[in-house]
Design a protein around this ligand. Sequence first.
Ligand SMILES: [Zn+2]
Length: 456
Amino acid sequence: MRTLLLVPALLFATTGLAQRPKAVARPAAGPDVSMGLGRDALIAAALADISPARIRATDSTLVAFGTRHTMSDTVSATRGIGAARRFLYGELRAYSRDCGGCLRVEYDPYDVQITRFRDRPTARVVNVLAWLPGRDTTRVVVISGHYDSCICSTDQADATSDAPGADDDGSGTSAVVELARVMSKRFPKGLDATIVFAVVAAEEQGLLGATGFARRLHDEKKTVVAAFTDDIIGNVVADDGRVDSTSMRTYAVDSVPSRSGELARYVWGVGAVYNPAFEVRPTFRLDRIGRGGDHSPFHRLGDAALRFTERLEDTKRQHLGTDDLSGVNFAYVANVAKLNLATVASLASAPAPVDSVQARRDRASGGQKWNVTWKPTPGAARYEVLFRATSSATWTRVYDAGTATSYLLDEQLDDGWAAVRAVSDNGHRSLTTVASTSAPPRAAPAAATPAPPPER
Ligand SMILES: [Zn+2]
């Protein structure tokens, strides 16, 4: 079997070292985190369409509505959250007209109680969704930003003062709108899985819009392949003057059986393949400490979920009247949007993740090898088995398993992890599924034994 070795090529100079003063050999770049993911020419071409000027125009319009507080005016055409959502709906409808009706645009309302406020008011929380149906309408990839804003650093319930929310989260909302424009133009027939461009509401009162939509997808028996949120993706200057416009962070929990950690590795790899100059910095944690985001409701329902966010935040500008357009770098937001597009398009082009992956110690090799088995996946042309040491943050070796649904892995899983992914005939890779190494349940246990905790 062909083996792709992805271990970083460290440059160990072997000639003349003894004669030279002590020198430290350094890799030319960081470790290879691409996991063998391929580059699709159509996706790469679409990235060039992402326009910082259009993202700025969308965000500027959102800011001009004064406030987008959840309890703000819903009737005015010029001020408040109602005007904002009608604007967003109109933009998405216009993109759909331009692609021959390829997007299904809808309001997605929920009547909820805002328990964070002392008088516990009820509110109609309205998301705006644009669906790009794929060949498979049961599998969905969700990319969201929240269009509500607040000045909740001063008064959570103040629904009338200006709350520009240019970065939080006009930036993410405008990126999602731009993705809908570019992807509907480039892929009007859709991809394999369905994509939902979602601008959601009432994030600031407890992720209420995203929670409603996550529950709805599960009630409708959709399979959520991945749920992303773009939230606070435009600031590049920290309060102390440090600047970082070339890297961004992802937040996702890494614990089996959740695939959120696998999603983080996937995004990391996609970034390295499509735009290596813009560094992805994964953090294996649900969110920043004490903070939350719209990927969380999906993660809690068991979906692979991840937050995109800027590298350097300035909390002196968040949830305040100072969160204005001067603090948003739109070239930076465009780079985040490009990473979004490459990730969403890659995942939506790929087969479903592989199911029922098991690894058993191979007796014939004296326990040095492992037998990995899995169920066939619809749409898979072949499979790949991946390995990483427990000390490695991402997959470092990829083995081609061909069309088989088993593979004798010459790696020691006492020291690492194995996973399997499906590859389509045009080279798109599914999310990885980590092999379970636990013994199968016995038919009739003598006594109830509590299950061991997940291993990581
Ligand atoms: Zn936010």
